[in-house]
Design a binder for this molecule. Structure first.
Ligand code: LAG
Ligand code: CA
Length: 546
């Protein structure tokens, strides 16, 4: 679990159950015995120049992570997503997974693979999975599967029956035997070899240097791609050698090419800790015609800054480097998948999460406005951060996930507007942050300004806490991060005229007027905001000019 490194670089004190191999049955030292596979780190590709890009950042695209959604719900949501400009959906792991009734069916069951069968997971059946892919494709929305290639189940599970009915016992599963695994060892987060070869949170670690394991993993990805899955989020990629991953993707990419399909996209979960670095994964799949991106945990920079209150550029509180010290700027924007929150950080870190309400929303507006990376919007369900971090999605008592759409096909489950009003939804509700009008406004903003340089180069902080960025001749946004109304003048690169703010509704009446706030850009390109309300953003683009 790559978030662990955050603990070492952050000054905040965080509680992280999964770090350091904690948890029941996860202490492994002294249990090494013979009969396991090879135990050597195959190494890294090196940071050679990349020649191929996924292109999502350049296109100004945004994806949404529909965490723990059912396939039938994703299928129905895709029409709305397509209309609102979302490019892709990250779905929860689609393969057969552990069922842990004794632990109350926690969400993390799905990060323990039992087999690569797609017949039945917590999100639904194979037929539902296929229908979802087709419905989303028809809506112009891509499906990215979260895939677990590093490990299978935890050593604390001696045997069990998976979600699709397969039995497993210790290292014997439908796909593997003990020689397909590394010998057990506790992970040492200061050593690269250990992070690659040892057991992440006590999870049985696959020997990804083995031809058989590589082929098995490749076959799984090929089966998904053949069904129409066009991308992958590779879980715990940092814990797999980039050489091993490249070998897996070589087979996947070759199979796609042979079958006449486009080579799939992948973004790899690598939280750069200076020991294992993001750029050593840039070239994964490149020699076989692919292009991957790397997850950038902006939560540790931008996110923490927003959570501290107004963006003051006050060096004493660690904000002096803002907005350039965002935690992950070591990654090239065009190779990054950026987010303020993911399903791990919203549970086990001090980074903003939906429960922070307007702070969280402002941080996302800032990230999306700035343009760094292919932005992923986390969309999740409510839980109590101090007592319910293991809780699975809204479900019945037997662990069956509650539908978001009713029998008439209406989305009655998304409680976005209640969340925005109160911030205090309780467990059992789907938050659906992606339906927040600020998010959809910024999805459009990103497309409208695609191709403009990053706003970081034109960052402005006037009046301590009232910030803005210009996206050249294509767009401009500003955020009053203060808790009081504020007045300031900023420089934009836009032509003089009157523009409609996207955040408050954009153009109305066929482009004849503004639905909400109108913004004047003067002949010098200046924008003056007078008494902009507390904690409020404004975003305009060339496409919102009257
Ligand atoms: C990830 N990225 O690298 C996922 O984003 C993260 O959600 C996964 O951890 C992790 N790597 C492994 O895929 C999650 C939970 C862990 C959970 C794990 C496996 O955050 O808490 O561990 O999934 O289900 C659980 C227990 C541990 C136990 C382990 C093995 O919490 O106490 O040792 O299972 O049984
Ligand atoms: Ca590993």
């Amino acid at each position: 679990m790559t978030i662990c490194r955050t603990l070492l670089v952050s000054s905040l004190v965080l509680a992280l159950a999964a770090c350091g191999g904690g948890g029941s049955g996860a202490t492994l030292i002294g249990t090494v015995s013979s009969g396991y596979g090879a135990s050597t780190d195959t190494g890294d590709l090196g940071t050679q120049a990349y020649t191929k890009l996924s292109g999502y950042t350049a296109a100004g695209d945004t994806l949404v992570h529909l965490f723990e959604w059912k396939w039938t719900d994703v299928a129905q949501e895709c029409a709305w997503l397509g209309q609102h400009g979302y490019k892709g959906v990250q779905i929860s792991p689609p393969n057969e997974h552990l069922i842990d009734a004794a632990s109350g069916y926690p969400w993390w069951q799905r990060y323990q693979s039992v087999s690569y069968k797609l017949d039945k997971s917590r999100s639904g059946t194979l037929d539902e999975f296929k229908s979802m892919i087709n419905a989303c494709k028809a809506a112009g929305v891509e499906i990215y599967a979260d895939v677990i290639l590093n490990h299978t189940t935890g050593v604390n599970y001696a045997s069990g029956v998976g979600s699709a009915g397969s039995t497993f016992s210790a290292y014997t599963t439908p796909n593997y035997v003990q020689t397909d695994y590394h010998p057990p060892c506790d992970m040492d987060y200061t050593k690269k070899n250990s992070m690659r070869l040892c057991y992440l949170s006590g999870l049985r670690d696959l020997d990804t240097s083995s031809t058989k394991v590589r082929q098995t993993l490749a076959n799984y990805l090929i089966s998904l791609n053949a069904l129409g899955v066009t991308g992958f989020r590779v879980d715990a990629a940092k814990h797999i050698s980039s050489v091993d991953l490249d070998a897996v993707f070589a087979q996947v990419n070759q199979a796609a090419t042979n079958a006449g399909r486009a080579v799939p996209y992948a973004f790899l979960e690598v939280q750069d800790d200076g020991i294992i670095t993001g750029p050593t994964y840039y070239a994964v799949g490149q020699s076989s015609g692919g292009a991957v991106d790397i997850t950038a945990f902006v939560s540790t920079g931008v996110g923490y800054d927003f959570n501290k209150g107004p963006i003051t550029a006050d060096t004493s509180s660690g904000e002096g480097s803002f907005p350039t010290g965002w935690g992950s700027t070591a990654f090239a924007s065009e190779k990054a998948v950026s987010f303020i929150a993911n399903h791990d950080t919203e549970r086990n870190s001090g980074a903003p999460y939906y429960g922070d309400g307007v702070t969280y929303r402002l941080a996302y507006v800032f990230l999306m406005g700035n343009g760094y990376g292919y932005t992923s919007v986390m969309s999740s369900y409510a839980f109590n951060k101090s007592s319910q971090t293991n809780f699975g999605p809204p479900s019945d008592g037997a662990g069956n996930t509650t539908s978001i759409f009713d029998s008439n096909g209406t989305n009655t489950g998304c409680k976005t507007s209640q969340w925005i009003q109160s911030n205090n939804l309780s467990y059992g509700n789907w938050v659906c942050q992606h339906r927040d009008p600020w998010m959809t406004a910024m999805v459009q903003f990103r497309h409208d300004v695609a191709g403009a340089p990053l706003g970081t180069s034109t960052y402005q902080n006037q009046g301590k806490g009232f910030i803005a960025e210009s996206r050249g001749a294509l767009g401009f946004f500003m955020i009053n991060t203060l808790s009081t109304p504020a007045t300031a003048t900023f420089k934009s690169g836009l032509p003089a005229g009157t523009y409609c703010d996207l955040i408050s509704g954009g153009l109305a009446n066929g482009g004849g007027s503004c639905a909400g706030t109108s913004v004047v850009v003067d002949a010098s390109g200046n924008v003056t905001a007078t008494n902009l309300a507390a904690q409020t953003p404004v975003a305009i683009t060339v496409k919102t000019k009257l």
